[in-house]
Design a binder for this molecule. Structure first.
Ligand code: HEC
Length: 130
């Protein structure tokens, strides 16, 4: 290999590395958003009547007289690991997949909540894990 070729190669590798790093920085927030919702927003959604209003049926901490038609979500979350994130999400998206006779509203299917809001709710629920 001639000296000139080697210099070119090194310059090209440097450029390639730069492009890769740039790509990672540009795309990283999208990856993060896909997996990790905003727990703070999620908490607001579950406790707001016009949004999730999960507390009409479920016990959640720091809520005045939560409902008890559904299971206590603090207890429920102790039984889930991070690997079950898909199932937890599906419960909220459309619980009929697990129980065709459920009274829990299909928040995703009926567009009561957006996929992003559901992601935030799931992030909040995982903060309840002790
Ligand atoms: C109208 C009442 C009602 C509302 C509102 C409701 N749920 Fe439920 N939910 C239930 C019931 C009842 C169950 C128990 C399973 C069943 O009967 O389908 C349940 C089950 C669940 C489960 C699964 C529990 C388990 O054993 O794994 C999760 C998670 C859950 N609800 C989260 C939520 C969240 C988050 C919200 C708000 C976005 C919500 N629910 C709103 C009634 C409700």
């Amino acid at each position: 290999m001639k000296v000139m070729d080697r210099v070119d190669l090194r310059r090209n590798l440097g450029l390639l590395a730069g492009v890769v790093v740039f790509f990672m920085i540009a795309v990283m927030p999208v990856w993060a958003g896909a997996g990790n919702g905003n727990a703070k927003k999620g908490e607001k959604i579950v406790k707001t009547r016009k949004l999730g209003n999960c507390v009409a049926c479920h016990y959640l901490p720091n809520v005045e007289s939560p409902g008890n038609i559904g299971p206590n979500l603090v207890e429920v979350m102790q039984g889930y690991t991070l690997a079950d994130r898909k199932d937890v999400t599906q419960w909220i998206r459309d619980a009929r997949k697990f129980n065709p006779h459920t009274i829990m509203p299909p928040f995703g299917t009926n567009k009561i909540l957006t996929p992003k809001q559901i992601n935030d709710v799931v992030a909040y629920l995982y903060t309840l894990k002790k």
